[in-house]
Design a protein around this ligand. Structure first.
Ligand code: NAP
Length: 252
């Protein structure tokens, strides 16, 4: 079988970087997409140092032209992509009475418009190949989280997006699933601690006490679940949301 090609957005760091490295270790060639191409270098270098194949591609997932040219470049440099992980994300937390239009639009744009644009460009290759795996990053915040009306709306929206993709693309042997992480130790949660004026170690400790397995998650915990959903054998799992949160509640 020819080598599969995966696209992972927001893969310069955090969950995206761990996922790109895991899919490369699984034997896929990986396009490491992030806003700034130079920021992808550490992920690409880690993959190539481990004997894998990767290219770094700079693109804003919310910009149609940048997405279309990025996917065209990936198809010509690595081959047609048939695995897609929509992971790029941002936070602009605020209580609703203080939330600006820009806080709302930025979060909805990166998460929802971004997933829409990248999926639209990549699914053409999946349909042509009659095989594909789409994994979208939702969050336990989809169930509601104080200070995150924008983010929780986007992450709940991604669950509906995922289920509809599963229905539309299933006939082409393309699955679509969402993973919904709880508290994962990344720059995103570190930034949340800084914004709250709370020491990150204390925030992690407090979160861990609320989580059934008594620890916060690591990017590799999420990457492992994505690896399963992207695998050849996961072809009968579609339209699902898998919570990767160390227990049945988020701990947030
Ligand atoms: P992270 O460390 O902040 O990484 C996100 C990456 O996405 C960054 O490299 C960022 O680039 C990139 N990005 C942002 N906007 C982009 C755009 N418009 N186009 C392309 N790339 C863009 O976040 P993370 O914690 O790994 O989270 C990854 C995903 O998991 C996100 O969708 C997040 O919402 C979700 N998630 C995270 C947690 C958690 O606890 N960490 C929990 C649930 C869900 P810049 O650095 O240039 O901004």
């Amino acid at each position: 079988m020819a080598e599969r090609v995966a696209v992972v957005t927001g893969a310069a760091r955090g969950i995206g970087a761990a996922t790109a490295q895991r899919l490369a270790a699984d034997g896929l060639a990986v396009a490491v997409v992030d806003l700034d191409e130079t920021a992808t270098k550490s992920t690409v270098d880690a993959i190539t140092a481990a004997g894998g194949k990767a290219v770094g591609v700079g693109a804003d997932v919310a910009d149609r032209e940048q997405v279309e040219s990025a996917v065209a470049r990936i198809a010509s440099e690595l081959g047609p992509p048939t695995v897609l992980v929509n992971n790029a994300g941002v936070l602009r937390d605020n209580l609703i009475f203080k939330m600006t239009d820009d806080d709302w639009d930025t979060v909805l744009s990166v998460h929802l418009r971004g997933a829409f644009l990248v999926t639209q460009a990549v699914q053409a290759h999946m349909v042509a190949a009659k095989w594909g795996r789409i994994v979208n990053l939702s969050s336990t915040s989809a169930l509601g989280n104080r200070g995150q009306v924008n983010y929780s709306a986007a992450k709940a929206g991604l669950q509906g997006f995922t289920k509809t993709l599963a229905i539309e693309l299933g006939r082409y042997n393309v699955t679509a699933n969402a993973v919904a992480p709880g508290f994962i130790e990344t720059a995103m949660t570190a930034a949340t601690a800084a914004r709250m004026g709370v020491d990150f170690e204390l925030l992690k400790k407090g979160a861990a006490e609320q989580i059934a397995v008594k620890r916060v998650g690591q990017p590799e915990d999420v990457a492992h679940t994505i690896s399963f959903l992207a695998s050849e054998g996961a072809g009968f799992v579609s339209g699902q949301v898998i919570y990767v949160a160390g227990g049945p509640s988020s701990g947030l």
